[in-house]
Design a protein around this ligand. Structure first.
Ligand SMILES: [Zn+2]
Length: 458
């Protein structure tokens, strides 16, 4: 039996001092105050820091196998462990082959499981070709049986092996997903608008950061969300919009939520901290898709987190080779993505909690509870409750430290927060009762300790 002592957990918007007892990786008991049970063999001292249920990053691209020059499961999950993330959910499209059937799922699992420092789940995929041939009827069932949390679609895609889905194909696939009770996550930017204006910018010889923002035109996001909400409204499946960036996109989701559509959404730290103006000044390091928006969008996203219309936070962790893929003077030649899983928790404490935008209960929901519920990981993850996995993110709320990209565990050693002093630091990361990261010792977990987590949605 393990005891985590001097723990302060968030309960009813207050901090409560408790001892947490852990047996065989599960929470056995939560006892208020400081009384010790006799049969404790091992102790971890949280030293009065705040103990959250293990944070989940429900949207990462760890590129393994296939694009491991950018990131792999070892470096990706090490960065998660150091960032207090106890479970990551990896996207199906940034590995080769994409996770589009049972065989590809098994192949990927076999390669990544010996590299994982934290627990992980997978997103599945369907290609237009599979819908065309009817193969998706078999492949989606295979993936469901293997425990995927949902399926990811793109309304626009630059990926050769994972093309965009058109409305008729989405309608067909959504119908099967409804039967299988699978969430469909959508990268929502209208193909026609973005394709035309992005090409136009390049034909005009534009290479500046603003041309990227102008090419991926603002209206493309709300437009695409309206389209998929339109399909979901007819089919009745579960919809999730990934990395939301616009106020108007959020308004469409609010409309959907109040009109009986089962829609959720997420946003990322980059959209909460930076705007198109910062991108103009800082250049490629902030190149992402969808692009950064205006101040009023940034403000509205914070409001969405507060009022619950945005359900949770992810990083969309996507590391480009640095500096090679992030330093061309031509913005179009740079990689779109930021590795963020190591920094999301302290970033939220600094910009969310200390600025008074979010309280600790909200942060707990946005970083753990809500994603676990949406993706069928609850009963195991997402709460400090008896019988749940003993996953904890322990944070020293007031410790200040400065972001040094060279020290990040990701292969992509860059961050738009480079040199920034943050208030709030990961003190410990504990997964199934094992200490995998400690502030003064670094990552001390074992490679291969991370386990596949399956969605329990029937
Ligand atoms: Zn993504």
């Amino acid at each position: 039996m393990l005891r985590i002592k001097n723990a302060r957990i968030v309960k009813n918007e207050e901090l409560k001092e408790v001892n947490i007892y852990v047996e065989r990786g599960k929470i056995k008991d939560i006892v208020p105050g400081d009384e010790a049970l006799l049969f404790v063999k091992k102790e971890i001292d949280a030293k009065g820091n705040v103990v959250f249920p293990g944070f989940i990053d429900p949207h990462v691209h760890f590129d393994d196998p296939g694009f491991t020059q950018r990131e792999d499961f070892e470096t990706g999950t090490r960065s998660a462990a150091a960032g207090g993330i106890t479970t990551v959910i990896d996207m199906p499209c940034t590995s080769i082959p994409p996770v589009t059937n049972g065989l590809n799922f098994d192949y990927k699992l076999n390669i990544v499981k010996s590299k994982a420092y934290v627990d992980f789940a997978f997103w599945g995929g369907v290609t237009p070709e599979q819908v065309e041939s009817g193969e998706y009827k078999k492949s989606l069932k295979e993936l469901k049986d293997r425990g995927i949390v949902g399926v990811k679609f793109y309304t626009i895609s630059g990926m050769e092996l994972y093309p965009r889905m058109s409305v008729p194909y989405m309608d067909k696939a959504f119908r099967l997903m409804k039967e299988l009770n699978l969430v469909c996550a959508i990268h929502a930017e209208d193909y026609y608008l973005v394709d035309y204006y992005s090409h136009l910018m390049q034909e005009m010889g534009r290479e500046d950061p603003e041309s990227w923002s102008e090419g991926r035109t603002y209206e493309a996001e709300p437009e695409a969300i309206w389209s998929v909400v339109g399909i979901t409204e007819k089919v009745g499946n579960k919809l999730h919009i990934v990395h939301l960036s616009t106020k108007e996109g959020l308004n469409v989701i609010r409309w959907a939520k109040t009109h009986g559509v089962d829609a959720t959404t997420e946003t990322c730290p980059q959209y909460l901290i930076f705007t198109a103006e910062d991108f103009k000044k800082m250049g490629s390091i902030l190149k992402i898709a969808p692009p950064l928006r205006k101040e009023e969008d940034r403000e509205e996203l914070w409001r969405g987190l507060k009022d619950g219309s945005i359900d949770f936070i992810c990083t969309d962790h996507a590391a480009g080779r640095y500096p090679e893929e992030k330093s061309s003077p031509n913005i179009w030649k740079n990689y779109a993505g930021i590795p963020g899983t190591q920094l999301v928790a302290p970033t939220l404490i600094h910009f969310g909690y200390h600025s008074g935008r979010l309280n600790l209960t909200e942060i707990q929901k946005l970083m753990s509870e809500n994603a676990a519920k949406r993706y069928g990981l609850s009963l195991q993850k997402g709460a400090i409750q008896i019988g749940y996995d003993a996953d904890f993110t322990i944070i020293d709320l007031d410790k200040e430290w400065t972001v040094e990209p060279s020290k990040l565990k990701s292969k992509g050693k860059y961050s738009p927060l480079a040199g920034k002093t943050l208030r709030g630091k990961i003190y410990m990361t504990i997964i199934r009762g094992e200490l995998v990261y400690k502030d003064d010792e670094g990552v001390i977990g074992e490679k291969g300790f991370g386990e596949l987590v399956k969605s329990k949605v029937k």
